[in-house]
Design a protein. Sequence first.
Length: 462
Amino acid sequence: MNELIFIILGVTGDLARRKLIPALYKLVNDKQVDNYVIVGIGLENTSVEQIVQASKPYIDSVATVPFNNFAKHFFYQQADFLNKDDFHTLKQLIDQIEQQFDIHNKLIYLACHAQFFCPITTSLIEFGIVHNQSLSQEPWCRIVYEKPFGSDRSTAHEINRCIKEGLDESQVFRIDHYLAKELVGNIAILRFTNRIFEPLWNNHHIDQVQIILSEDIDMQGRGLFYDQYGALKDVVQNHMLQMLALITMEAPMKLSGTYIRDEKAKVLQCVQAVDGILGQYEGYRNEKGVQANSTTETFAALQVVVNNMRWSGVPFYLKTGKALSTKETIIYIRFKMVDCLLAKACPSEPNHLIMRLYPNSTFSIEINVKKPGEFDQVVPIDLAFARDLYGPATQAAYELLFQEIIKGDQSNSVRFDEIEHAWQVIDTFKQMKLPLYEYKKGTTGPEQAEEYASVHNFRWYR
Ligand code: BG6
């Protein structure tokens, strides 16, 4: 029986409204939980009715559970995350819910700014809302931290220290919703269950790798949050470096949680920032919540290297931006050229493997073949795609993450050391004071990104 109390700190925020509440609703609707109560906590003076209504536009499933029923399981407590008295009140509310509904498992979700992670964790422990336990203990109590986890390596380290003081790592889930995406989950499977890739997966055969995460949306009301972070901290530190870790890690002993996390942590330690350029779209400074003279980047084109035997000499280019022409997420792996044995036309393109996460989830490989009807002409063809995996959208990714947390599976949550190594890469880029260029909305980013590529002698795949 899946019975649990979901406690969301930051329930009036954007993430809860757009992703968490819709995912919980879907979980209930799909009968993944049998008995549940949601306790929302936020700063605002609001009501359950208002919170639930605000999430309604983001729920796209066919409802069999009436929305009103869902709302009946919902409690709201207004609280200041820094006020201990409010945690005392929260403890009383939870005790009362436990008795009234006879539910004792707790999933506590910190969907608030990372600056509150430490004080909240300490208060939750102090008031006995969460306590140290191993994974097998029942009733269970698990605590989830949304990204960004800190704002640099030292703040992340401090949060990890607060957690370690009172909790066991096995009950801690640091979220990166990209890890729950169908295609991302498939990277390790593709690499380690197919004989044909692993022998080529190194600097002898791979020329370069590009990870591209383009978004067409602008701030959409998130300016206040985004302006404190920017692209490097919002998506490179987490989603992009996690994808890079899965592409570059050594083979884990088993393709499961701890083993994969061990290998990702090891390889992230070898990632080194090289150089890059940043961009900001025209009009960003007029977005609500953004400082009038903001120098926060909404675009980044970067190079990192992985300093180990397997990857030495292979450049990894990362490109991401907001308000671009398309939403697309791609990992492009370009192999080296073969020595040409043909007398006349030699292939102009090397093989490449493309893992596409969005708009659809596909793998494809481009190979060279003989041009039909010609003897010595070569043309590249796309081995269309392995198969369309129809990856779930973000909302479904959150639903999947909830299911995994309920099962106690940490495969898709990030360990303390991975997070700190990834922050180190971002801290180094920040210290470099990379140049910031303006770009027009709806384009592919600043034109300097093309110049950057040509100086480095490559072309962006997109
Ligand atoms: C989030 C970032 O983590 O990921 C957002 O905070 C970004 O700024 C989002 O838009 C992208 O996720 P997805 O699943 O829509 O590609």
